[in-house]
Design a protein around this ligand. Structure first.
Ligand code: SAM
Length: 285
């Protein structure tokens, strides 16, 4: 039985007397074309292990299992665990895990590298993605449905209003692309916003020369602290660091950045150079 078919989804919800919880971001996909496009974007084969966050009633889980990949699905809502086990019991390549994606140790679920594919609960989109990218898990690719506005910030280039800390955080660790846009009409219930499926190819090796990663992100946060101000002012007033103006001027000059520019105009490579110069001048203090 195809779970994503709208009448089958409604039957499953009715049969188990399930009221969807807004607080858990429960907007279920009922469109087979969209599910097929997600699976195509993830490029799954029998060789792959996929972790899915929030399988819901299992529509995407089922599609992914049909590629032959091993699927490990982590769901927080305990009411959905028996529903998933019942609907997906014919597949021997699916494991259902009851847990919180913000807490689960993914490296305990999989031995080796994995892909992460999900229609994410939107209330925790950014913490989940940043956790996967920052905590050193062996994830090679992340294909997730997220709010369009957040996706646009993740892929943004310098110069526009969408470019900021999130763009740099995501692009530091991966090469992100928006795969396609998804309208609210393909979910039950319909979310208020448009969505996108984003494809993050995680970098195997860091191509940016950054002397100290923690210091680099402090500089980025400080630079965007007051994004309408010049880079010089924003850096000197940021609460995360205690940089004196002379050192800031010296570092900006060394790297060749006009102190009147704004953070939103600076590329990630320029931020790397600036943070290295500041690190060398301050000793990282
Ligand atoms: N994959 C299903 C689909 O596409 O129809 C459901 C997606 S729905 C947007 C998000 C799912 O994530 C829900 O099933 C919800 O219960 C689950 N969820 C919410 N918070 C979670 C968390 N912290 N960890 C794991 N799952 C979570």
């Amino acid at each position: 039985m195809e779970i994503a078919n709208p009448s089958n989804t409604k039957d499953i919800l009715r049969k188990h007397n399930l009221q969807l919880k807004k607080s858990l971001g429960q907007n279920f996909l009922i469109d087979n074309n969209i599910l097929n496009k997600i699976v195509e974007t993830a490029d799954l084969t029998e060789e792959d292990t996929v972790i899915e966050i929030g399988p819901g009633i299992g529509s995407l889980t089922q599609k992914m299992a049909e590629t032959g990949a091993r699927v490990i699905a982590v769901e927080l809502d305990d009411r959905l665990i028996p529903v998933l086990k019942e609907s997906l019991n014919v597949y021997n390549n699916i494991e259902i895990v009851h847990g919180d994606a913000l807490e689960v140790d993914f490296s305990e679920l999989v031995d080796g590298s994995f892909k992460l594919v999900a229609n994410l609960p939107y209330y925790i989109t950014t913490p989940i993605i940043m956790r996967l990218l920052e905590e050193g898990f062996d994830v090679e690719k992340i294909v997730v449905m997220i709010q369009k506005e957040v996706g646009e910030r993740m892929v943004a280039s310098p110069g526009g209003k969408d470019y900021g800390i999130l763009s740099i955080g995501v692009q530091y660790h991966s090469n992100p692309e928006i795969a396609f846009v998804v309208p609210p009409t393909v979910f039950i219930p319909q979310p208020k916003v448009e969505s996108v499926v984003i494809d993050l190819k995680v970098k195997e090796e860091q191509n940016l020369e950054v002397v100290d990663e923690e210091f680099f992100f402090k500089v980025v946060k400080s630079a965007f602290h007051q994004r309408r101000k010049t880079i010089r002012n924003s850096l000197s007033k940021a609460p995360y660091m205690n940089l004196n103006r002379d050192l800031i001027d010296q570092a900006l000059e060394e790297v060749g950045i006009d102190p009147r520019r704004r953070a939103e105009k600076l590329s990630i490579e320029t931020f790397a150079q600036l943070s290295n110069a500041l690190f060398n001048l301050t000793g990282g203090e």
